[in-house]
Design a protein around this ligand. Sequence first.
Ligand SMILES: [Zn+2]
Ligand SMILES: [Zn+2]
Length: 258
Amino acid sequence: MLQFKSLGSGSTGNATLVAARQSGMSTRLLVDCGLGIKQLDERLAQAGTSANQIDGIFITHEHADHIGCARALALRERIPVWMSRGTHAALNTPDFDGLLQIASDGVAIELGALQVMPFTVPHDAREPLQLVCRHDQARLGIVTDLGHCSTHVMQHLAGCQSALLEFNHDTTLLAQSAYPPFLRQRIGGNYGHLSNDAAAAMVQGLLTHGLQCLAAAHLSRQNNRPELVRQSLQALPGIQRLDLHIADEIEGTAWLDA
Ligand SMILES: [Zn+2]
Ligand SMILES: [Zn+2]
């Protein structure tokens, strides 16, 4: 069984727990650590687990809302950490005391009962990777920061039954926001963040490839609202069959079956 739970998602911090359970054993992967270590410990406890039960950490890119306490957690618990060479370089090559593993586009990672496939995404970081997690026949796509949907991204996500996907902003709210023009352009640009409409267009494609469960994530507190996410999806063919969840900035989501 493959399950996932957002531990919180938004511009103040992102972390997602993925668990593959097989005959009483679990493999747990923490995707991003964009929280303080005390906060993360609390949220892991709320999720019914603890840091010493995490088998691996995958860091998608160097932005602060994804890195957070990654190094402190890895060193404290001796957990291996995967990230791209570019992400490590962008962080000024911190020493992970032998725990660092380099992740690359298209190179599968085997972690216990989990298989992880990283892939590059267009986003304004040095070498950002997002990922598909697989256990048996179940596939979960995780894409929290995406400027636009490239063919490469869609090729990896097609066939996932579940996805945690960025729904960052409503384009009207962003245009009307008090953000300075350069920031509006960065967020709405090709290497920024995904609008509700762009994310909904991706979901439309993924529905035709068997998507059943969606967690909308990384919502902007200023430029988005859960009801606008729902509105962006409501007209899609087949949407009534989709199990839709919206990750809260603090509460994340419940445990969901992938
Ligand atoms: Zn980012
Ligand atoms: Zn982010």
